[in-house]
Ligand binder design. Structure first.
Ligand SMILES: Cc1cc2nc3c(=O)[nH]c(=O)nc-3n(C[C@H](O)[C@H](O)[C@H](O)COP(=O)(O)O)c2cc1C
Length: 355
């Protein structure tokens, strides 16, 4: 029976344990999207975990959704991430940078170029987003022209190369949670009539093109992907046939030899079982909101190779020590999730600091 604390290989690296930090946007970089010394400290503190998956990181100025999020499309950003990679590696952990294009979940006030959000189709998400002037309604996005899609794929390719240049062990392609790639997968946000919309294969096409481009650029063992079947995030409505979409995707991705599939699981045990059987490499499972006592249970049950954890890692820089000694956990403070300085970021106490 596998245990959370056993080492495991992932791509071309070996993780010291099977606990991963789930990607979490924290809105604390510079306006230009450069990770700071505080970013370095935040990830360094959490490097007792075998794998750090970073917050969503935009592959272009246009791909930015929220304020003060990191990019990976210019030299200053690469240098910022290089400091994070060095710190994480010095603690014996591995680093995958999550590459996230926000698509329609954005606002011209939040992108450096002031551009209108782009999306598969001009469908308004009917929600608001925080800007420097407070919450504002999200405008209706601009539909990407067919000729522009190759450019988006290239942005991911370049981001993959830049992540490796920064010293990361790989990238995670964000195809979940209602952002651009998930907007292509989801029928209510993708109304396209060209080869990128319509049936499942057409809706999944850009995802596969992005993955293949990243694989060509940096090698499959450095590429992971995150999927969140039917989780409804960002106003996505995947419909009754969502399982078929994800089964198709998994079947198409399986031969590519990726480092991992990272599944955000909201309770479809049947689909999870199917994916576990049909996915040939590492499966990282994020069972959102599971009680702390359940961390490790999916690995023991053989349902996952690695478990990723979000809020408990955010609030407990020494989560692995606390789990190993059955110590109490700090509570996450939601008021400091998305912005601020050290507070709620690098100042959560370790066990040692409390005692
Ligand atoms: C503050 C915060 C920011 C998040 N940002 C991201 C993100 O950038 N990319 C992503 O894929 N998921 C993001 N998530 C989702 C988490 O990765 C994870 O799936 C979710 O928190 C459920 O896991 P948990 O119950 O262990 O926290 C975020 C979650 C939180 C709490």
């Amino acid at each position: 029976m596998s245990n959370l604390w056993d080492p495991i290989s992932l791509g071309n690296t070996v993780l010291k344990n099977r606990l991963a930090m789930a990607p979490m946007t924290r809105n604390r970089t510079t306006v230009e999207g450069v990770p700071t010394e505080l970013t370095v400290e935040y990830y360094r503190q959490r490097s007792g975990l075998g794998l750090i998956i970073t917050e969503g990181t935009q592959p272009s100025a246009e791909g930015q959704g929220y304020l003060l999020t990191p990019g990976i499309y210019n030299q200053a950003q690469i240098e910022g991430w290089a400091k994070v990679a060095d710190a994480v590696h010095a603690e014996g952990s591995a680093l995958f940078i999550q590459v996230m294009h926000a698509g329609r979940i954005s606002h011209p006030d939040n992108t450096l170029g002031g551009t209108l959000p782009v999306a598969p189709s001009a469908v308004n998400p009917e929600t608001h987003i925080y800007t420097l002037d407070g919450a504002k309604d999200i405008p209706t996005p601009r539909e990407l022209a067919t000729e522009e899609i190759a450019g988006v794929v290239e942005e991911f390719r370049t981001a993959a190369r830049s992540a490796i240049a920064a010293g990361a062990d790989g990238i995670e392609i964000h195809s979940a949670n209602g952002y651009l790639l998930h907007q292509f997968l989801s029928p209510n946000t993708n109304l396209r009539a060209d080869g990128y919309g319509g049936d499942i294969a057409a809706r999944a096409r850009i995802v596969l093109e992005v993955v293949r481009a990243a694989v060509e650029e940096i090698g499959a063992d450095r590429v992971g992907i995150r999927l969140s079947p039917n989780n409804g995030a960002g106003g996505t409505v995947e419909g009754e046939n969502y399982r078929e979409t994800y089964q198709y995707l998994v079947q198409q991705l399986a031969p590519l030899g990726l480092a991992y599939l990272h599944l955000l699981h909201i309770g479809d045990e049947g689909l999870l079982g199917w994916i576990r059987e049909n996915w040939p490499s590492r499966l990282i499972l994020n069972r959102a909101g599971r009680p702390v006592s359940q961390i490790g249970a999916d690995i023991q049950a053989g349902l996952a190779d690695i478990e990723s954890v979000g809020q408990p890692v955010l609030a407990n820089p020494d989560l692995q020590e606390r789990l190993q000694s059955s110590a109490a956990l700090n509570e996450a403070d939601a008021s400091t999730f998305y912005g601020g300085g050290q507070q709620g970021y690098t100042d959560y106490p370790t066990l040692q600091e409390i005692s």
